[in-house]
Design a protein around this ligand. Structure first.
Ligand SMILES: Nc1nc2c(ncn2[C@@H]2O[C@H](COP(=O)(O)OP(=O)(O)OP(=O)(O)O)[C@@H](O)[C@H]2O)c(=O)[nH]1
Ligand SMILES: [Mg+2]
Length: 504
C-alpha cells in the first residue's frame, strides 16, 4: 500500500534525521546542566559532553531503554521488555492484600507473555498513589535499588500511569518505566495475525501513545526551570523538541486516520462472512471468558478441532469459527473470542469490539471460567463488566462453565457448585462433564423459524440432507412413496421442500 510506504519513509526520516538527534541531545544536555543559561556558556566542553552522551544514547536506543526511549516510542512495536521489576500500589480501602497480590501475579503473567523475565515484584500499601512518582520518592529509590540488584532494565507499574508520573519515576530509577496498558498492547501487537487484527492493534497503540508524547514536552518544561509549562513558556519550552513532537503527532494522526479508514473498509467483509453463516441458518455459539480460561481447549474438545492452545495470555487474538454438529447432525458454529483481562485498555475494548460483536450476533454465549483460579468469581465479574456495555447481549442465553476441574480438589469443587448452582463443571483436558455441557448448549440453539411436515420424493434426497444439516429434525421416516420429514427449517428451505413435496 503506497500510503503506508510513505508513512514508513516519514518515520525513517525522522529516526535518521541528524538534526533531530542533535536537537535531542541538546535537550538532554539542557536537562543535565539544569538550566538554559548555563548551557550557553558551556562551549566545547558541552560539545564533547553531548557527543559522549550521544554515543551512549545510541547504545541505549538499540536495547530500547534509557532516556531516548521517546524515539523508540514512535517505533512503538519495537519496544521489547527484557528483565522487569513489577511495582504496584494498593489501598486497603479498595481491595484486600490478596486481590492486590493476585493483580500483580496477573501482571507477571502478562509480562511473561510479552516475553519479559520477571525478576521481582513489590507492592506498596498507601491510600492513594503519590502524585509525583506514583510510589513516593523514598520507595522509588528503594525500587531503584532492587532494579540495580536484579540488573533489570524495565519497571512495569500495575496501573495506568500518567505521563508525568512515569517520567518522574524514570528520573529516580533511571530505567524504562511502562504501565500495564503498554504491556497488554505489546502482547496484542506480537500476537495479532489477521490484517484487521493488526490494524486494530496498531490503532490502539497509537491512541495510547499520542497523549504520552506530551511527556516529552513536560521534560522540556522542567529544564527551563519549571516555569516554561505555563504562561512563561518562552524559548526554552518551544524549541526544536516541541516541533518534533508536533511532527510525531502529525505523522501519528495521519496514520491513525488511514488505519481507521482501512478498518472501516474491512468491516463489510466481516459482515459478509457472518451474513453467509446466518443465511445458511447456522446457529452460532460464542465462547467468551477470561484469557487462559481454556476457551480454545473447550472448543477443541466440543468440536474435535485443533485450534491453537497455549499456556500464555491471549493465545487467541482473532476470532476463530469452528464448525460443530448436534447429535442429530445439525450444523452450528462455535466462535472463539479474544480473552478478557482485568483493566483491559479502553483503547483495546474499542478495537476489539469486532470480536465482541461476534458474541452479540450469536445465539448462545458460553462463558468459560478457570475453576483453578484463586478467585474465579472476580474473573466472571471482570468479563461481565465489559459485556454489560454491549446492549444487545442482554437477551442471549448464557451458560457459565467452570473449566479445569481436574486441577481442583473435591472440596473446592463442592464450594464452587454451591456458589454457582446453575453452572457447568468440566475439564477440557480430561473430557469430564463435556457431554452434559454439549447437550445443554445444543438444547439452547434456536429452532429455525418454519415448521414443515412433508413427504419428499427420493429423487430430492439432497433436500433431506439439507434438513438434517441446517434444520432441526423432529421426525424422519423412510416410506414407500418418499421420505416423511417433520422439521424446523428456515423459510428458503421450507419453500424448496413444499415445491417438491408429495400429497400426504
Ligand atoms: N489442566 C487443565 N488445563 C487446561 C484445561 N483446559 C485448558 N487448559 C490449559 O490452559 C491453558 C490455556 O488454554 P487455552 O485453551 O489456550 O485458553 P484460552 O481461554 O483460549 O486462552 P486465550 O486464547 O489466551 O484467551 C493451556 O495451557 C491449556 O492446556 C483443563 O481442563 N485442564
Ligand atoms: Mg484461545
Amino acid at each position: 500500500m503506497a500510503e503506508t510506504e510513505i508513512f514508513n519513509e516519514n518515520r525513517k526520516s525522522i529516526l535518521n534525521d541528524d538534526s533531530f538527534l542533535t536537537e535531542h541531545s541538546e535537550v538532554l544536555l539542557d536537562k543535565n546542566v539544569g538550566n538554559v543559561a548555563a548551557q550557553k556558556v558551556q562551549g566545547l566542553e558541552g560539545q564533547l559532553d553531548w557527543e559522549e552522551r550521544e554515543g551512549r544514547n545510541k547504545l541505549r536506543h538499540v536495547t530500547g531503554l534509557g532516556e531516548l526511549h521517546d524515539i523508540t516510542e514512535v517505533e512503538y512495536r519495537k519496544v521489547r521488555l527484557e528483565r522487569v521489576v513489577l511495582v504496584g500500589v494498593w489501598s486497603s480501602r479498595e481491595i484486600t492484600l490478596n486481590q492486590a497480590e493476585e493483580s500483580l501475579r496477573e501482571l507477571a503473567a502478562l509480562a511473561r507473555t510479552a516475553g519479559a523475565e520477571v525478576m521481582d515484584g513489590v507492592l506498596q500499601h498507601r491510600l492513594k498513589p503519590d502524585a509525583a512518582t506514583y510510589i513516593g520518592s523514598g520507595k522509588a529509590r528503594e525500587v531503584a535499588g532492587i532494579v540495580a540488584a536484579t540488573e533489570s532494565d524495565t519497571i512495569i507499574v500495575d496501573a495506568d500511569l500518567p505521563p508525568s508520573q512515569r517520567r518522574a519515576l524514570e528520573d529516580v530509577t533511571k530505567v524504562h518505566v511502562v504501565d500495564r496498558t503498554a504491556v497488554i498492547l505489546d502482547i496484542f501487537a506480537q500476537h495479532a495475525t489477521s490484517r484487521e487484527g493488526k490494524a486494530q492493534v496498531e490503532l490502539a497503540q497509537m491512541e495510547y501513545m499520542l497523549p504520552r508524547l506530551r511527556g516529552w514536552g513536560g521534560s522540556l518544561s522542567r529544564q527551563a526551570g519549571g516555569q516554561a509549562a505555563g504562561q512563561n513558556g518562552g524559548i526554552g519550552s518551544r524549541g526544536p523538541g516541541e516541533t518534533k513532537i508536533e511532527l510525531d503527532r502529525r505523522v501519528i494522526r495521519t496514520r491513525m486516520a488511514l488505519l481507521r479508514k482501512q478498518i472501516a473498509q474491512m468491516a463489510p467483509a466481516r459482515e459478509v462472512k457472518r451474513g453467509s453463516r446466518h443465511r445458511q441458518g447456522l446457529a452460532t455459539v460464542a465462547v467468551v471468558g477470561y484469557t487462559n480460561a481454556g476457551k480454545s481447549s473447550l472448543i477443541n474438545r466440543l468440536t474435535g478441532s485443533s485450534e491453537l492452545v497455549e499456556n500464555a495470555l491471549f493465545a487467541t487474538l482473532d476470532t476463530a469459527v469452528r464448525g460443530a454438529k448436534t447429535s442429530q447432525g445439525r450444523a452450528f458454529t462455535y466462535v472463539d473470542t479474544v480473552g478478557f483481562v482485568r483493566k483491559l485498555p479502553t483503547q483495546l475494548i474499542e478495537a476489539f469490539k469486532s470480536t465482541l460483536e461476534e458474541a452479540v450476533q450469536s445465539h448462545v454465549i458460553v462463558h468459560v471460567v478457570d475453576a483453578s483460579h484463586p478467585d474465579p468469581f472476580s474473573q466472571i465479574d471482570a468479563v461481565n463488566a465489559v459485556l454489560k456495555d454491549i446492549d444487545s447481549i442482554a437477551g442471549i442465553p448464557t451458560v457459565i462453565v467452570f473449566n479445569k476441574i481436574d486441577c481442583i480438589d473435591s472440596q473446592t469443587l463442592e464450594r464452587l457448585k454451591n456458589l454457582a448452582p446453575d453452572a457447568f463443571f468440566v475439564s477440557a483436558a480430561t473430557g469430564e462433564g463435556i457431554g452434559k455441557l454439549n447437550a445443554h448448549v445444543q438444547s439452547l440453539l434456536p429452532k429455525p423459524p418454519v415448521e414443515v411436515e412433508a413427504i419428499v420424493p427420493y429423487v430430492n434426497g439432497n433436500l433431506v440432507s439439507k434438513v438434517r444439516e441446517f434444520g432441526q429434525v423432529d421426525a424422519i421416516e423412510y416410506r414407500n412413496e418418499g421420505v416423511y420429514v417433520k422439521a424446523h427449517v428456515d423459510s428458503a428451505l421450507a419453500s424448496a421442500i413444499l415445491n417438491v413435496s408429495l400429497p400426504m
